[in-house]
Ligand binder design. Sequence first.
Ligand code: NAI
Length: 486
Amino acid sequence: MSNIIISVAKGDGIGPEIMNAVLSIFEAATVPLEYDYVDMGKGVYDKGYSTGMTDGAKASIEATGILFKGPMETPKGGGVKSINVTARKTWNTHSNIRKFQTIKGVDTVFSKAGIPINLTIVRENIEDTYGGIEHYMTKDVAVSRRIISRPGSEQVIRSAFEVALKEGYSTVTCGHKANIMKLTDGMFLDTFYEIAKEYPQLKAEDVIVDALCMKLVYAPQQFECIVLTNLQGDIVSDLCAGLVGGLGFAPSANIGDHIKIFEAVHGTAPDIAGQNKANPTSLLLSGTLMLNNLGLEHYGTAISNALLATIDKGIHTGDFGEDRTNSAGTKEFAEAIIKELDLSKITDSNPEKYHKPSKLGKNKMMVSSDEIIETVGIDLFVESEQQADHIAQIVQSNLDADMELTTITNRGTQVWPEGSVYTDLVDTYVVRIEKNTTNEVKKKRFMEQAIRMYDHLNIGSIEMLITIDGVRKYSLAQGQKVNALS
Ligand code: NAI
């Protein structure tokens, strides 16, 4: 069997120590891999590359399709982007997969109570507030755009069902906040149940994310595979790391259709760098995920069994466990794992399953449809220190005959035509103008209406209100009554 070539970036701080430890275990386990070492991280930023990776590194990763990386330092300030976020976005690794399992020898409240944990969080990795699209609307109001797309949701949800099949789980749970974010999380949830139909052998259920957190803390054993949008997934996955003993015991894979990134979830630990104290477990477990992904499951299983046997014998680095004084160094820990390796069960590997790198041929996420999209109104984001009645008067005296002012809101709460005396105001109102006719009103007319309003109001931003096949696709304000036409 010929070796598979992967790209390896050792990383910064403790990165080289833990990567060397992991690769020494791979070598002892006769894992059929070859490494193309690439330059990424601090040293590359220091040379003036704002992306934190050299052109050679990019070319290598695109040729091998696999990046195995240690933690990397992103310089603070200076306008450079995080290497981790850049890598995930550049290669559209849409699904972040993190597995959380009870490890014998790592004491937690649950392990002490004899409650086993075996769950996987699949987190959307590209969209949501991580687009980082933020603006100051006025001096006192900043907004963030939260983008959720149907094709993006499909990708990550399908990944979750595939993970569940691979892991032998019976249930996939969708965590969401669709009761509040009815359109964004609502789309994610609808998509979840659509995709679930493709997997009739698996049970699909959903839980509101706050209740999910509570249930995870008191009974994590009731969950197997949980899929979430990006920010909620970020928070819930760290919560789960806490359930199994911390970030050091949770492997992480960023899976795209073309490129896959396997990494430790912790940082560069500058306080212990170069001291042979770092725990390589997170990187090693991510490495075993990578081996499983490459069709080298026998090697992955042999290595994780050796790791578990080592920890079970009480051999561990000084960052966990009861005996921290007499703990092993990074190298000694790796040597102890090597001693536990049982290679007798490595009988075959299936080349058919090897990940083969490919490039994006066409934008398959861009799909045309016959749905009828109609613009029915416009939201004007207006800066003003006046009361809502005053703004309403200005708007109403400048409205076209086929349009009406339906609501004015402040921080999402309706303040006109009715409001609560307890609503405190900031300097940004949203003025909603909707058509009051069943006839079609051209989109351009709403823009023209906005421009006319601009002569009287300080408009910072606008948002079109649309329906798709007659269904309203914009949120109502808290307290707003539904317009007769919508
Ligand atoms: P950190 O995870 O590096 O350290 C937090 C604490 O955990 C420290 O006390 C450290 O000694 C300990 N620790 C972390 N990993 C350990 C290990 N394997 N073994 C033993 N102890 C370990 O987080 P921090 O201090 O917030 O970030 C340091 C640097 O790492 C920053 O430059 C940050 O940007 C970078 N970072 C990189 C990540 C990545 O490449 N995926 C992720 C998180 C942070």
